[in-house]
Design a protein around this ligand. Sequence first.
Ligand code: A2P
Length: 268
Amino acid sequence: MSEVAAKPAKSPNAPTEERVLTVKHYTDRMFAFRITRPASFRFRSGEFVMIGLEQPGGKPLLRAYSIASPSWDEELEFFSIKVPDGPLTSKLQLIQPGDTVLLGRKSVGTLVHDALVPGKRLYLFSTGTGIAPFASVIRDPETYERFEQVILCHTCRQVGELRYGQDLVAGIGDDPLVGDVAPGKLIHYTTVTREPWPNQMRITNAITSGRLSADLGVPPLNPETDRAMICGSLDMLTDLKEIMIGAGLTEGSNASPAQFVIEKAFVD
Ligand code: A2P
């Protein structure tokens, strides 16, 4: 028998160690980063996965992050908030290319096509970094096979926080899978709440005031034709859920697909 204690074997479910490839800071509150993707890692557009950092002498610190890259991409991208004293993001915002990030093995989530019944128009309502899952959904060919029109709504506090979504939509025509179909079907509708902007209001106000329908030239929300995926803060989810239910839409899940689905955007 050896007297040297063997290093405990890692559980087969333990997160994998991935390498940071790029980091891009958009504002003092938001940044995006890309990491290596294990060949075995599969996900559905719109899902989230646990991401985190090893802690000296402690358990790894992990939080749920929506995957922002499309499912065909060889790398994984994430779009994150920076919370000054947030347990994970205060450290994660300091990562550099070459650093190691932990990646959970399994992705899950409700912002997926499987949780919605067929419809004509898909609304993707997001605030802040809640746009991340939709960055993946708008680059999924299935999105355009299932819907005639895709309306990506993004509300941020400041104009600079819209940049991530603006760059993404500006480049969608060059996308290898949806470049032909997305430009004719995808609409990007932005609102800003704390700086001057053509639509300076919360998306909730834009819906209830009729401004959104008027600006887009579409009828008010209708359970016959409209489906919605919603991602943002808890307050935003509560308010939008009330608006969806008020319009006659019912909430769906993977087990029971229906007309809208919601998920909280990561916060600390
Ligand atoms: P506001 O500036 O009026 O709070 P946050 O960064 O706090 O998650 O907010 C992102 C965006 O979501 C902000 O523009 C914010 O507007 C907006 N927002 C916050 N709460 C709600 C809500 N309950 N309904 C709709 N939009 C919201």
